[in-house]
Design a binder for this molecule. Structure first.
Ligand code: AMP
Ligand code: SF4
Length: 462
């Protein structure tokens, strides 16, 4: 996290070699809206001796940002795009990506998913050397590092040298009129997939973007790999970083990625369902129905119901049209915020022993209100099952989590959390169970928010 105090959750999209590159980038962002809802942008360009890059960016959802936009204004066969979510304070137009700049050898654009752990140090060093930053984002550091590289060397060498200075999480797209670079940090913390659309090359954080535009998934950019795409789509691959055991983010499977996507070369949905199955095997309890917290708990609840043999029901109905603001009556309504989003079905719940499944308890507020709501709907017992281990530590690698103090499981035992949320019982999936569900050896992913083991390091001020 940078000193500006905001953290990113982001989605990336790139197209190389298609006449409607910007339009496809926009569609790719549309399907990855869940990765960031506060800003979106696309930069497009064409090669050629006077090649330029053109950008369109705005605050808001992809559909709103591009509502009246004419894609003829973003002509060009190559494009990169970005959606972002920032916590309060960082949501300004000057932070909206992709960033663009004019280097001595031409224009350049950068889009970044992840957080650097040494962004503050790099920024201070660059400012001391005279760099002027236009944003408060970690990402701009890349532009300055590339701009200050040895201009007697080819751009690819300068890009690799800049990436070598960055520590922490980055999946990165860099576009110039002649070249597209796609890179993942040496731990491979954040996803980045490579695909083909007829003769064009496409890249996205999640493969659901490929599905929408009819592209075929080819493979992931490997952890620590930098791919250079140029000309008619010819590729060169580099591994500039020291050899490292990869640590992709296991939380993508738990919550963040769309269930229909592949991330880290695995489809999310069956993993999420297996998390529920493992949870049922580890923490059974006699009950009448299993209900998910929609949408985050649906796949795991199906898995739990499947393994336990207990009836699955949609006991909580979600309103999909809840915006960010609403006018609350002066006479306050109990649990208004959660009620606006989720409503229990009394008919299904009354008199029943209910197992309610969600993917995580962060601050504990959602679960507490849901347990109260389910009890008021007439449940006889409420058993909460969480399809991941307790979230005990914040993420420094690009997933928005509150501070350690605000994470309820960082200081309270499972039984204390159970008392806080008012459930009859509470159980989490074990770390081992989570890895069994993913089908990987324990420790082969980053699991720092569940274990406190930050393999990719922590910022100096932590
Ligand atoms: P809380 O009320 O703070 O305990 O939040 C729990 C809810 O937040 C659960 O329903 C989760 O699905 C959801 N959740 C977990 N992690 C995140 C995240 N990084 N961003 C947004 N929502 C999350
Ligand atoms: Fe993912 Fe958690 Fe690691 Fe962050 S700390 S990268 S959310 S596993």
């Amino acid at each position: 996290m940078s000193q500006s105090g905001f953290r990113d959750e982001c989605g990336l999209m790139a197209i190389w070699g298609h006449p409607e590159a910007a339009n496809l980038a926009y569609l790719g962002l549309y399907s990855q809206q869940h990765r960031g809802q506060e800003a979106a942008g696309v930069v497009a360009g064409d090669p050629g001796p006077n090649g330029a890059l053109r950008a369109y960016r705005g605050l808001g959802l992809v559909a709103d940002v591009f509502q009246r936009f004419d894609f003829a204004d973003l002509s060009g066969r190559n494009a990169i795009g970005h959606v972002r979510y920032t916590t309060a304070g960082g949501n300004h137009l000057f932070n909206v990506q992709p960033f663009t700049a004019e280097l001595a050898d031409g224009p350049i654009a950068v889009a970044h998913n992840g957080n650097l752990i040494n962004a503050d140090e790099l920024r201070q060093e660059l400012v001391q050397e005279g760099a002027i930053f236009a944003s408060s984002s970690d990402t701009e550091v890349f532009l300055h590092l590339i701009a200050r590289g040895d201009r007697s060397r080819p751009l690819t060498e300068r890009v690799n040298a800049a990436l070598l200075r960055a520590e922490g999480a980055f999946s990165l797209l860099i576009l110039t009129p002649k070249t597209l670079y796609a890179a993942r940090d040496r731990f491979g913390l954040r996803p980045l997939a490579l695909g083909k659309l007829n003769g064009a090359t496409v890249l996205a954080s999640e493969t659901c973007a490929f599905d929408l535009i009819g592209a075929d998934y080819e493979r992931d950019i490997s952890p620590g790999e930098v791919i250079e795409i140029s000309g008619e789509g010819s590729r060169a691959s580099y591994f500039p970083f020291p050899p490292t055991n990869p640590a992709p983010c296991i939380f993508e499977f738990v919550y963040f990625a769309r269930p229909d996507s592949m991330v880290f070369e695995k489809t999310v949905y069956p993993i999420r369902k297996r998390m529920g199955e493992e949870l049922a095997a580890e923490s059974p309890v006699p009950a009448d129905i299993v209900i998910p917290v929609p949408d985050s708990g649906v796949a795991a609840a199906l898995g739990y119901a499947h393994r336990s043999g207990i009836q699955f029901e949609l006991g909580l109905i979600r309103n999909h049209y809840v915006g960010r603001t609403f006018i609350e009556p002066k006479q306050s309504i109990r649990d208004f915020g959660v009620k606006l989003k989720l409503n229990p079905s009394r008919e299904l719940i009354e008199g029943k022993r209910v197992i309610v499944v969600d993917d995580s308890i962060v601050r504990g507020t959602t679960s507490k209100k849901l347990v109260q709501m389910i009890r008021r709907a007439g449940a006889r017992e409420v058993h909460v099952r969480i399809s991941a281990p307790p979230t005990i530590s914040p993420c420094f690698y690009g997933i928005d989590t509150p501070t350690k103090e605000e994470l309820i499981s960082s200081s309270l035992s499972t039984d204390q959390v159970r008392t806080f949320i008012g459930a009859d019982s509470l159980a989490y999936l074990s770390v081992e169970g989570m890895y069994r569900a993913v089908g990987s050896r324990p420790g082969s992913f980053c699991d720092a928010c569940f274990t406190g083991n930050y393999r990719a390091g922590v910022p100096a001020n932590r």
